[in-house]
Design a protein around this ligand. Structure first.
Ligand code: NAD
Length: 477
């Protein structure tokens, strides 16, 4: 293990046994992490609840300063964190560096928001009475995070929680516990009490999920991952009426109208589709292209996709890394093969890549239909599915024909059309003429089966605050 980052994860390594963390590019075991039993996690939750009482008793400025110190340390350890991220989740180092910046941005943002949890004084309904509304931290929270953004999903949840005065216990994905452990080490170094932010790797996610959702101390569960697991957690959390924030799967349409700047649309598609080898919840799952510009768009996209460098993310020029595991590879293969046998055509790619056991060649399929599995499910791989459409109404109908509603994209130079389409899309996020929409300053989240609640922005802080209404009577002299 490289010395420059070994210290960041040392506290989470197992003396013996433990859970193996594999490099998806090589299959090599990088580390064995310590896992936690339900009894240990129960004790950690109770210790968090005790520590939270001191944490919330500190001033907002105190919490803001500790978060700011954490941000500074994340920035100072950018290279080490990026390397850990690439080693365990496979994304190219350049993308891992961008993820460190993205992860850090939430800590910086919420270090600032910590001091802005203002309440209200409401004009009263009667003489001699006053109404005051304060914002109180929700309490001790739990989170479960995915492997595809192993750094940013930790900070996007924990930074607003800590800023609000909550404590948080997080179970990271089995595939990527090291990024989470490294962030935890930096938080402790920044002076955040160890019990306030705890990372608890486990090889039994179902058991930990149930414990979090039914635990009497936990007041909120925040989850990012698949829709199926999100539904299960929601049903479990109902037993104790916990608040829930669910960032679930997507099926993003990427609509290209005939009046679009086609080169800009191709640039956007390269990011929205091929970033992280297509393993993003906001990844363009369906490229809807107007018939009149279809061939021009496909030709230009194919030139760019054919030039992508597939390889181990640790190699400087690599642009497409491996898929996270063999199951993910098999799913991409199955969806692609089914589309081809159902009548889609292969423009490029369409099979495994010889860079290693878990690499898939960047692919473009045309003639995809909305009723195919590849258009209904998340591909989560470097395969662009192109669906032609006739006109605006047709594009909107196809785009909304899904149970998901996370991100959507639209390329047009017609201002009226941009507005109409934005209004008609049943999605939590709409990106017009841009392929990358994640930012700490805007509310991230979905509608329909893509989730509940928002992360980032000032709304992200409200997710960890409860309103308390106080009526004060007897004020007349
Ligand atoms: P996943 O649902 O399999 O796993 C996510 C997390 O849930 C992991 O930590 C896993 O250990 C845990 N988990 C698995 N089974 C569980 C159970 N029965 N009970 C409790 N926890 C359980 O998803 P994944 O494969 O890690 O991530 C990919 C999915 O995440 C995709 O669907 C993607 O769209 C989604 N995602 C959504 C967002 C968003 O913000 N909306 C962001 C990133 C990823």
């Amino acid at each position: 293990m490289p010395q420059d980052y070994a210290a960041l994860i040392a506290h989470g390594l197992a003396d013996s046994g433990g859970m193996a963390v594999l490099d998806p590019a090589t299959g090599e075991r990088i580390a064995n992490v310590r896992t936690y039993s339900s009894a240990e996690i129960d004790a950690i939750i109770r210790a968090a609840e005790t520590a939270r009482k001191d944490w919330v008793g500190e001033t907002a400025k105190f919490r803001a300063n500790r978060l700011r110190a954490w941000f500074d340390l994340i920035v100072a350890h950018r290279e080490q964190l990026a390397e850990i991220c690439t080693r365990e989740c496979g994304k190219p180092l350049a993308e891992a560096r961008a993820e460190v910046d993205y992860a850090a941005s939430f800590v910086e943002w919420f270090s600032e928001e910590a001091r802005r949890a203002y309440g209200e004084v409401v004009p009263s309904f009667a003489a001699g009475k006053a109404i005051i509304v304060t914002k109180e931290p929700v309490g001790t929270c739990a989170a479960i995070t995915p492997w595809n953004f192993p750094l940013a999903m930790i900070t996007r949840k924990s930074a607003p929680a800590l800023a609000a005065g909550c404590a948080m216990v997080i179970k990271p994905s089995e595939a990527t516990p090291l990024s989470a452990l490294a962030l935890e080490a930096l938080a402790v170094k920044a002076g955040i009490p160890a019990a306030i932010l705890r990372i608890v790797p486990s090889a039994d996610p179902a058991e930990v999920g149930k414990l979090f959702c039914t635990h009497p101390v936990i007041r909120k569960i925040s989850f990012t991952g698949s829709t199926a697991v999100g539904k299960l957690l929601l049903s479990q959390a109902g037993s104790t009426v916990k608040k829930a924030c669910m960032e679930l799967g997507g099926n993003a349409p990427f609509i290209v109208f005939e009046d679009a700047d086609i080169d800009a649309a191709v640039d956007g598609a390269m990011i929205a589709k091929y970033r992280n080898a297509g393993q993003a919840c906001i990844g363009a799952n369906r490229l809807l292209v107007q018939q009149s510009v279809h061939d021009r768009f496909v030709e230009r996209l194919a030139e760019r996709v054919g030039a992508l460098k597939v390889g181990n993310g640790m190699e400087a020029d690599s642009q497409i890394g491996p898929l996270i595991n063999d199951k993910a590879l098999q799913k991409v293969e199955m969806l692609t093969d089914a589309a081809l046998s159902g009548g889609a055509a292969r423009v490029c790619g369409g099979g495994r890549h010889n860079a290693g056991a878990q690499f898939y060649t960047p692919t473009i399929l045309t003639g995809v239909r909305q009723d195919m599995a590849i258009a209904q499910q998340e591909i989560f791989g470097p395969v662009a599915s192109i669906i032609p459409f006739a006109d605006e109404a047709d594009a909107i109908r196809i785009a909304n024909d899904t149970r998901s509603g996370l991100a959507s994209y639209c390329y047009t130079r017609d201002l009226g059309r941009a507005w109409r389409v934005m209004s008609a899309l049943e999605y939590g996020m709409v990106s017009i003429n841009e392929g990358l929409l994640g930012t700490e300053v805007a509310p991230f989240g979905g509608v329909k089966e893509s989730g509940l609640g928002r992360e980032g922005s000032r709304h992200g802080m409200d997710e960890y605050l409860e309103l308390k209404y106080a009526l004060m009577g007897g004020l007349s002299g």
